[in-house]
Ligand binder design. Structure first.
Ligand SMILES: O=C(CO)COP(=O)(O)O
Length: 135
């Protein structure tokens, strides 16, 4: 099962919700973790179970980073706001860095996120086909 983290800055929360709704079927077959507010919103709007950690500015990005460092996540969908400065910029930079350190796929915009979702979908469909063949 893919372990995916969802993170969205305030200006990108609506886009994250729309993204989660669009990919609800695929995401329902994944284990979802998120920063606090993103997680609550995705859960509210989709009904998907999401483990919501601390809010980003309060340490949520660092918690996601620690999951990356311990190989507890397979990919991160991070809808970043490139136009507004964030108070917790150092935490964000650290999260991006730790993904590169551990070679964990990280999408920081919608189109990259779509490509990662297409990969996850293909993978899930492939596993289902294999399961049907062997059963
Ligand atoms: O700030 C964030 C990522 O840097 C996101 O945090 P929230 O999901 O709690 O808004």
């Amino acid at each position: 099962m893919f372990r995916i983290a969802l993170v969205a800055h305030d200006e990108k929360k609506a886009e994250m919700i729309e993204f989660a709704k669009k990919h609800q079927t695929v995401l329902s077959q994944c284990e979802l973790t998120a920063t606090g507010t993103t997680g609550k919103l995705v859960q509210q709007h989709t009904g998907l179970p999401v483990t919501a950690l601390m809010s980003g500015p309060l340490g949520g990005d660092q918690q996601i980073g620690s999951l990356v460092a311990t190989q507890a996540l397979d990919m991160i969908i991070f809808m970043r706001d490139p136009l507004n400065a964030q108070a917790h910029e150092p935490d964000i930079a650290a999260l991006l860095r730790v993904c590169d350190v551990h070679n964990v796929p990280l999408a920081t915009n919608r189109q990259s996120a779509e490509i990662l979702m297409a990969f996850v979908k293909l993978h899930i469909e492939g596993s289902e086909k294999n399961a049907n063949r062997t059963s």
